[in-house]
Design a protein around this ligand. Structure first.
Ligand code: DGY
Length: 329
């Protein structure tokens, strides 16, 4: 009998084809997603699942899975999977790093520019026919070039944002638990800074940390108050890294100048205080959403599935210790 794989939501067809060449594929070709109960039910007797960030593989769900070899998430983030529980249950977990680094960094920079230069507001203004004359202070925004960019989380995507900032002659500060190699700091002209200094000195603060217990609400009322009144916050990481209610309040009170957000605490819900605020530029979680990148992410997840089923080490494991433990016997 052929091994059997579940694809929980619509993906690029090339990935489905790749899996169908070898396995029985149970493909939920919709954008609806499966409930916990449906996941457990549909995974009965299957060896692998290709999942997305909306599929919640918590401890309770994982405890009910039998014989599953891998959860191959089509995302670099994997906060939707309880990795510790998966590891205990002997299930490999993989993600899709690297292929989305530049696309996500591009979007972070696009949000930064759009917010600072009021592009969305200007676009709506022109479209509505309200533009009647040129004026010296019409839609004036904030300079980006030669300003200070503070990057919180200086991994692949954070560094790629820093690389873009160089082209805008920006000063780049970063904060991360791990100091970047000297050659990276040199290449990007980036300076390590403590959290407080970064908040106080940055004109733009861009978030690039994974969502964990210690990064939930990393930016709350206190942190927002420590930022400049002219500062702009950009979030392309995960919504719960920012206390959304506190951010809405801060924008209404003028505590900071603006926010460019691609991610939200309870997607697709957005805090009502952020809606219809001209200084908040909002995108529907599209950091990696280019045709090329999303196709690569789907294929990469499919390759991880192939490897796990064929007994090879999946290339993008987030719990490699499980594989290594097995290899040691
Ligand atoms: C990710 O990969 O984690 C993004 O949020 C979705 O592409």
């Amino acid at each position: 009998m052929k091994p059997s794989v579940l694809i929980t939501k619509r993906v690029y067809p090339e990935a489905v084809e790749l899996l169908r060449e070898r396995y029985e594929v149970d493909y939920e070709a919709t954008d609806d997603g499966l409930s916990a109960e449906q996941l457990v039910e549909r995974l009965r007797g299957k060896q692998a699942v290709m999942s997305q960030l909306t599929d919640k593989f918590n401890r309770e769900v994982i405890a009910r899975l039998e014989g599953l070899k891998i959860i191959a998430n089509v995302a670099v983030g994997y906060d939707n999977v309880d990795v510790a529980a998966a590891t205990e249950a002997g299930i490999l977990v993989s993600n899709t790093p690297d292929v989305l680094t530049d696309s996500t960094a591009d979007l972070a920079f696009a949000l930064l520019l759009a917010t600072a230069r009021r592009i969305v507001e200007g676009h709506a203004f022109v479209h509505s026919g309200r533009w009647k004359k040129w004026a010296i202070d019409l839609m004036v925004g904030l300079d980006v070039h030669h300003k200070t960019l503070g990057i919180i989380g200086f991994g692949r995507i954070g560094q790629a944002v820093g690389r873009r900032a160089r082209g805008f002659s920006m000063r780049v500060l970063y904060h991360d638990a791990v100091r970047a190699p000297a050659e990276v700091e040199r290449e990007l002209g980036a300076e390590a800074a403590d959290f407080e200094t970064l908040l106080a000195e940055s004109d733009f603060v861009s978030l690039h940390v994974p969502l964990t217990a210690s990064t939930r609400h990393l930016i709350g009322p206190g942190e927002l108050r420590r930022m400049k009144r002219t500062a702009i916050l950009v979030n392309t990481s995960r919504g719960p890294v920012v206390d959304e209610a506190a951010l809405a309040e801060a924008l209404h009170q003028g505590v900071i100048a603006g926010a460019g957000l691609d991610v939200f605490e309870r997607e697709p819900e957005v805090h009502p205080g952020l809606l219809n605020l001209p200084q908040a530029v909002l995108a529907p979680h599209i950091g990696s959403a280019t045709i090329e990148t999303r196709r690569k992410m789907c294929l990469m997840a499919a390759e991880n599935v192939l490897a796990a089923i064929e007994g090879r080490r999946p290339p993008n494991l987030v719990n490699p210790e499980l594989w290594e433990r097995r290899a040691r016997g």
